[in-house]
Design a protein around this ligand. Structure first.
Ligand code: UD1
Length: 342
């Protein structure tokens, strides 16, 4: 029988790409999503890519009663991959209680009911934001967490702690937290990708929207940092590579290779890229110029961070395959696809 995986937030950006990879690898998938930041139509696009339409249940994970009925209906789930969460840093500063309520309550409901329904495996969508500005680069998993700069970042830290404590309490749950660096790009089919609401906060959607003419210019937030070209440095990885790591994490749990019960992995390329290098890569990969202007620093920005992904390379047998240029090319293809559709 096929192993069946619950993917929360499975119609979202990283979730939808992960559903595709799970289906490609022969897993059954059921998605729970409240469609707060995504569209139901995504399951049809997943079907176009894979030939299999995943089941979709639309409700909010904060609604414990609905979640309880869901688990009553879907028996024998092998694992849960939990993506569903609010993720806009700026918004989280304005609406901290919404962020704490949504991101913490959904997790608590899931873990509590996993215990009750004896679902043994959990994969959590975490972020390199938990490291703040690390002292040593590249950053390894044992680097200390720094005080979070935003309520969003704080929810990721608290969620990791809740999961760890739950695993340690011995209720029969094993878990893997995946700390993503900066996911970018879209599926090469251009049928799924990132759909930012309103004005994007993240660099690559801002680049593609500027290139498309939706924004006048990209603002480069500072060129006077202590980095080779003065702009901030990040580790950008292709979302399809990132999605594949979730499949390997689920396999590791199902095959009982997670001995310690709770494990954390960095998911990145291992290479730091500046904002100017990212712009150059986009222009090189697409042949389209991006109008930009250097402005002041963005408050709270990390100066430089990139991953040491060697633990994931070794233990998960996972590494990134796509280049930065390839990622940019798919981001551009997706931007054109969504604009032409509207
Ligand atoms: C942001 C979040 C982080 C989250 C991550 C992934 C902050 C402080 N952190 O990280 O918690 O996990 O996104 O969604 O927001 N940039 C520009 N102009 C722009 C946009 C960005 O120059 O219009 C620069 C930024 O200064 C930064 C880089 O591009 O140096 C990447 O920015 P962004 O995509 O927002 O990601 P992070 O800052 O890494």
């Amino acid at each position: 029988m096929k192993e069946k995986i619950l993917v929360t937030g499975g119609t979202g950006y990283i979730g939808s790409h992960t559903v595709v990879e799970l289906i490609n690898e022969g897993f059954g998938v059921v998605i729970v999503d409240n469609l707060y930041n995504s569209e139901a139509e995504v399951v049809d696009r997943i079907a176009q890519i894979t030939g299999v339409k995943p089941q979709l249940e639309v409700f909010d994970l904060c609604d414990r009663e609905k979640l309880n009925s869901f688990f009553g209906k879907y028996e024998n789930l092998s694992a849960i991959i939990h993506f569903a969460a609010y993720k806009a840093v700026g918004e989280s500063v304005k609406k901290p209680l919404d962020y704490y309520r949504n991101n913490l309550l959904s997790l608590i409901n899931l873990l509590d009911l996993m215990k009750q329904y004896q679902i043994p495996h959990f994969v959590f969508s975490s972020s390199c934001t938990v490291y703040g500005q690390p002292e040593k680069l590249p950053v390894t998993e044992d680097a200390p967490m720094q005080p979070a700069v935003s309520p969003y970042g704080n929810t990721k830290q608290i969620c990791e702690e809740i999961i760890r404590d739950t695993v340690v309490s011995g209720v029969g749950i094993k878990a893997i937290a995946l700390r993503y660096f900066n996911p970018i790009g879209a599926h090469p089919s251009a049928l799924i990708g990132e759909l930012p609401r309103g004005i994007p906060e993240n660099l690559v959607p801002y680049i593609t929207q500027t290139a498309y003419g939706l924004r006048d210019e990209l603002k480069v937030f500072g060129d006077d940092y202590d980095t080779p070209d003065g702009s901030c440095i990040r580790d950008y990885l292709h979302v399809v590579d990132l999605a594949k790591a979730h499949v390997t994490a689920v396999r590791r749990l199902i095959e009982e290779k997670n001995k310690s019960g709770y494990e954390v992995f960095n998911l990145g390329t291992g290479k730091g890229v500046s904002v100017f290098e990212a712009i150059n890569s986009f222009e090189r990969a697409t042949g389209v110029k991006v109008k930009y202007r250097v402005t002041g620093r963005r408050p709270g920005d990390i100066v430089k961070i990139w991953a040491d992904p060697s633990y994931a390379n070794k233990e998960l047998g996972w590494k990134t395959m796509s280049s930065l240029d390839e990622s940019m090319e798919t981001a551009w293809k997706w931007e054109k696809y969504i604009r032409n559709k509207k």
